[in-house]
Ligand binder design. Structure first.
Ligand SMILES: [Fe+2]
Length: 258
């Protein structure tokens, strides 16, 4: 997957090598659950490739810092899974904060200046916040690029598993599998607000939550990818097609055209 972007910069090359080493060490520590660590490793590599695409499409700099932050955004997932065997922050730890703490204590970013390192740590630590704070330029746009790319790839992973009928409860966050969207989630979305992960009860809530991301992407190129991959149509086919859900999907489709 890393071959989708040309890794020529020496600093980036060494961070990528260290990241792969860390992922492998973590996979070995969790034994037969390694495919879930591999899943997060591959997700991180795809998020890096997506951020590269967004930054190039919108001519955003500093490119290298955006790419490194994207690659490392979920590094906290390794210790989270090793300790708690879950990817649910609500019942374990804040994986963004854990990732930043890991990077602060490691030598992985030693080749970067203090301000570059600080920016990468902030992006890693904040990428999973419900509402993003505003960072000083030029970092704010990088945080949004990582956030958009993360969303685009999470939809891919969850939808891919649902379509194949391989519903791993770790991927679907241990949510209830009985069909039906929770009234609370539907109400929040009908008000035009985004639900929080903590509000999700069922896998159907999660599907609707992912569809709602169509309306909170920062980059035009992200909306293009969402459309190109037919995410909305594909989520629609795996949801109960009730009138309130159809109404929401109409709104999501409009947001993608904006
Ligand atoms: Fe994350």
């Amino acid at each position: 997957m890393s071959s989708t972007i040309a890794v020529r910069a020496p600093r980036l090359k060494s961070v990528l090598r260290a990241f792969m080493t860390e992922a492998e060490a973590s996979a070995q520590r969790v034994g037969n659950a390694r495919r879930l660590v591999d899943l997060k490793r591959d997700h991180s590599l795809r998020v890096m490739a997506l951020v590269s695409r967004l930054l190039k499409a919108h001519i955003v700099e500093p490119y290298e810092i955006g790419i490194v932050a994207a690659l490392l955004h979920d590094v906290g997932r390794f210790s989270q899974f090793e300790q708690y065997r879950t990817f649910r922050d609500a019942v374990s730890i804040d994986h963004g904060a854990a990732g930043a703490a890991f990077l602060a204590a490691s030598s992985l970013l030693d080749a970067f200046s203090a301000s570059e390192k600080d920016a990468i740590l902030r992006i890693v630590s904040l990428h999973n916040r419900r509402a993003l704070p505003v960072l000083d330029p030029p970092w704010d746009v990088l945080l949004h690029a990582v956030r958009d790319a993360d969303k685009l790839d999470i939809v891919r992973v969850v939808l891919g598993a649902l379509e194949k009928g391989e519903v791993d409860s770790t991927v679907t966050l241990g949510l209830r599998t009985e069909p039906g969207v929770s009234p609370g989630v539907l109400q929040t979305l009908s008000r035009g607000e985004a639900p929080d992960y903590g509000q999700l009860v069922s896998v159907d809530d999660f599907k609707l939550f992912l569809a709602a991301w169509s309306a909170c992407l920062s980059f035009q190129e992200s909306r293009r990818i969402f459309v190109q991959r037919r995410y909305l149509q594909r989520i629609w086919t795996v949801l109960p097609q009730t009138p309130p859900i159809a109404e929401l999907f109409q709104r999501f489709a409009d947001a993608l055209r904006s």
